[in-house]
Design a protein. Structure first.
Length: 177
C-alpha cells in the first residue's frame, strides 16, 4: 500500500525548478533596475542643463558669489560628476551646485566645459554630445544615455537622432546638428 505524499525526488525537482525561476526573476529585476537608473540619470542631467539654460536666458544671478554682470552659466564635467557655476564679468563665479552620478555610472569621455550665455545667445564652442554609461569594460549589455547640447542652446535627447537610451557594445551614434 502506497502512503500519500511526495517522494524526496519529486520535492527536490520542484525545489530546483523554483530556485531557477527565482534566480531568473532576480537577474531580470537587476537588469530592469539598472535600465531605469541610467534613464533617470540621463533625464536628470538634461533637466539640470535646462535649469542652467533657463537661468542664463532669464539673467538670474545667484544671490552670493557673483559680482558684476552675469555672463552665463558654465557647466564643467569630471569623470562621474558635473558642476554648474554662474560666470560673472568680475571673474568671480557663484557655485550653484555640483552633481554626482549614481554609483557605477560615468561619463564616457569627459565633455569639454561650456557656457550657456545670457539672453538666449546659445552656448560657447561647438555642438557637443554628452554620453553617460554604466562603468566597467564595454560589453554587449552596456547601457548608454546620450544628450546633445547645440550651440543654439537647445538640449536634445530624442531617439530620432540616436540620442537618449540605448544598449550597445560600442559608442552609439548621437547626431548633434
Amino acid at each position: 500500500m502506497k502512503s500519500p505524499g511526495f517522494t524526496i525526488v519529486e520535492l527536490m525537482l520542484v525545489m530546483s525548478i523554483s530556485i531557477l525561476m527565482m534566480g531568473w526573476g532576480i537577474i531580470r529585476y537587476v537588469d530592469f533596475n539598472r535600465t531605469q537608473v541610467i534613464k533617470n540619470t540621463g533625464l536628470t542631467i538634461k533637466n539640470n542643463l535646462r535649469d542652467a539654460e533657463i537661468g542664463a536666458i532669464s539673467g538670474n544671478r545667484p544671490l552670493s558669489g557673483c559680482v558684476g554682470n552675469l555672463l552665463g552659466y558654465q557647466v564643467t564635467f569630471a569623470v562621474s560628476s558635473y558642476q554648474i557655476d554662474a560666470s560673472c564679468a568680475s571673474g568671480a563665479s557663484g557655485n550653484i551646485v555640483t552633481y554626482t552620478l549614481p554609483q557605477n555610472f560615468i561619463f564616457n569621455s569627459i565633455p569639454s566645459s561650456f557656457t550657456f550665455s545670457v539672453l538666449a545667445q546659445g552656448t560657447s564652442g561647438v555642438n557637443r554630445v554628452i554620453f553617460v554609461r554604466t562603468s566597467g569594460s564595454l560589453g554587449s549589455k552596456t547601457k548608454w544615455y546620450g544628450i546633445c547640447v547645440k550651440t543654439s542652446g537647445d538640449i536634445d535627447d530624442s531617439t530620432s537622432n540616436g540620442c537618449g537610451y540605448t544598449i550597445s557594445a560600442s559608442l552609439p551614434t548621437c547626431t548633434c546638428t
